[in-house]
Design a protein around this ligand. Structure first.
Ligand code: FES
Ligand SMILES: [Fe+2]
Length: 440
């Protein structure tokens, strides 16, 4: 149990808070790159800051204050020009550094630059800054990688955007699923340090809601043992379920929870990166990044763009969807409340991963407060070409084992996985299926 103050310290990401400062030291995905090809501006709220993401006609992507410096209208309705975003109200133009570079009426009335005699020794004149030069909006670095647009809101020097291998594999098919969840980011991430929920939320409840059967589903037996180890990029999560041993991949390899807000699940065949991006203290942008790899020696279909879809967590009646596996997680996280009351919880043995993670968060906040670089700060391009992550080759001994062994044999099922992705992309899946996400 934490005090209410400690809970706030671990969850609040607003500017100036310890966790806000830590979370600003990471690049966060804020959009699918393809979104900007369909509509070149997008309202973004990230770490409590209201911004607009845009792509100008030369292809430059910018992330600047959402409100125009002049009379504060929403620049998401602005017009992308060859270079920069023009406010639709009176035509001021901003570049990707936030600098105002045109003020049409002001420049008609006043020449853009005014000189006057200077007072500095050796200088005959000083150029007085024009009005537009004095106008600069906040602006943040953005980078496109693997079909996602990432932003960095933290202190300089700006670290490298981590090239997790799934983002840069060159022979793969990808899809992006995005959900807006009305809860604090830490609830989503703590779920990744909680292996036992898999057995109950997905196994037991999943069976009841889908088929009314009060039994754990095959392959999701009771947990016998859970373990957590620190590794270079975060925590390795391990489990032994009934019927398996420590020799199985779920214990021996485990899978990684990357610090501070990413999970990797799946296998080398089909994996999912999940980013829990703090919109503010009470909202999270959940970005799932699905990757399918073809069988060795074969080529994945070429995608012109990585497809994306927005996945609502609720059905048309306003109730959280619970008959699709991944939505079960959404329901659990959001129903803990906008910010879970950790001062009221009662933790047990099943929560030791969560306790471990909270300590890690405190340690990393202290590193930032001392002026250091927190875990997963990449500054050397040589170590950031394709960051390898540990993952199970065989998961729960079921379908992924089959898929993987067939991939090793160079047989067909991975092509079927690829087909499934493309079918989703082309909207051929049933509406019901597209209401939720797949999850390994
Ligand atoms: S409000 Fe943007 S130019 Fe006037
Ligand atoms: Fe889950």
């Amino acid at each position: 149990m934490l005090s209410a103050e400690e809970n706030t310290r671990l969850t609040s990401v607003m500017p100036g808070t310890p966790m806000g400062e830590l979370m600003r030291r990471y690049w966060h995905p804020i959009a699918a790159a393809a979104e900007l090809d369909e509509r070149p501006t997008k309202e973004v709220r990230l770490l409590g800051e209201d911004l607009v993401l845009y792509k100008d006609r030369s292809g430059t992507i910018g992330l600047i204050d959402r409100l125009c410096a002049h009379r504060r209208v929403n620049l998401a309705y602005g017009i992308p020009e060859e270079h920069g975003l023009r406010c639709m109200y009176h035509g001021w133009l901003y570049d990707e550094t936030g600098q105002c570079i045109e003020q049409p009426f002001e420049e008609t009335v006043h020449p853009p630059r005014v000189s006057r005699p200077g007072t500095q020794p050796g200088s005959s004149e000083v150029v007085v800054k024009s009005f537009k030069e004095k106008v600069k909006l906040a602006a943040y670095p953005v980078e496109e990688l693997g079909g996602l647009v990432f932003a960095y809101l933290g202190a300089a020097p700006v670290p490298l955007l981590p090239h997790w291998e799934q983002l840069v594999w060159d022979n793969a098919v990808r899809e992006v699923c995005i959900s807006h969840l009305p809860c604090n980011w830490l609830q989503c991430q703590e779920n990744s340090l909680d292996p036992v929920h898999n057995e109950w939320l997905h196994g037991y409840m999943g069976n009841v809601v889908r088929s009314g059967v009060h039994a754990l589903s095959p392959g999701r037996g009771t947990h016998q043992k859970i373990g957590f180890d620190i590794f270079e990029h975060g925590i390795i999560k391990r489990r032994v379920e009934e019927g398996f041993t420590e020799q199985d991949d779920d214990w021996r390899e485990g899978h990684p929870v990357m610090f501070p807000n990413i999970l990797l699940v799946g296998s080398e065949v089909h994996s999912t990166l999940q980013f829990r991006v703090p919109i503010d203290d009470e909202n999270t942008l959940h970005v799932s990044y699905y990757v399918w790899r073809p069988a060795p020696g074969t080529s994945a279909p070429v995608q012109d763009a990585v497809p994306y879809r927005y996945v609502p967590p609720k059905d048309e009646t306003g109730r959280y969807i619970v008959d699709i596996l991944f939505n079960q997680d959404y329901m659990a996280w959001v129903t803990q409340g906008p910010v879970a009351r950790r001062d009221l919880e009662k933790l047990g043995e099943s929560d030791k991963g969560i306790i471990f993670f909270r300590k890690m968060l405190r340690d990393q906040m202290a590193i930032v407060a001392d002026g250091g670089d927190p875990m997963n700060t990449f500054r050397d391009p040589a170590t950031n070409t394709s960051v390898r992550l540990p993952i199970e080759h065989v998961k729960f001994g079921d379908r992924v084992r089959d898929a993987y062994s067939l991939v090793e044999a160079g047989e067909a099922p991975v092509a079927a996985l690829v087909d499934e992705t493309l079918a989703t992309w082309q909207g051929r899946r049933s509406e019901r299926a597209t209401a939720g996400e797949r999850h390994s």
